[in-house]
Design a protein around this ligand. Sequence first.
Ligand code: ZN
Length: 250
Amino acid sequence: MPAMRALIVSDIHSNLEAFDAVLADAEARGGYDVVWFLGDLVGYGADPGPCIERLRSLPHVAIAGNHDHAVTGKLNPDLFNGAARAAALWTADVLTYDELAYLAGLPEVRTEGDFTHVHGSLRDPVMEYLISEPAAVATFALMRTPFCLVGHSHYPIVWTEHERGADVALLDEMEPVVLNPDQRVIVNPGSVGQPRDGDWRASYLLYDGDGGDAGVLHHRRVEYDITTAQGKIRVEGLPESLADRLGRGH
Ligand code: ZN
């Protein structure tokens, strides 16, 4: 199989400025053959339709997140906090039938070669945050591939399996994750459209199938036009907190 390159993105959350900055950065880093999207295309931000259209214009595979489900009625938006619920209801209102049908058709779990894709975790695909060792161990137990890619927490982290459990580390732009089929990992690329690790820049991964035994994951952070993204949220009358938090990266 020829080596392939994948752009791995999650939690775009209707932030077109951040998504476009990621696409441009990935192009400048040598490009990609396919986009692997890990859920939450919409919710929070002001450009749900344009983000859906942008992803659909690219060669891609995608899965659903909890916000995608809330917008299509698969999940009750009352489970969300006030700002998230308001954004979900507004999003459902502004999307076209075709855009809603695209979101409604997304699966919760996919397998691409050595990689399982799921938004939350394998024991609770759209809701569980994979941010504790027991949660990581439970997903390792259900994995049928050496590697799993997740989103949902918006934290760019890697879980490494070992005999007694799992260790977690923050992804580092200076230290690529060299993949080895004998060392299972669960990796979260961080969030494109609403980072929560204290760094406001869009976060993503580039998979290069050429490096190591099973390829290499390169973590990237990218600046984007945050003022424009925040302005659109205010113009649409979405909760002010959704604009503010972009600037804090939290
Ligand atoms: Zn999310």
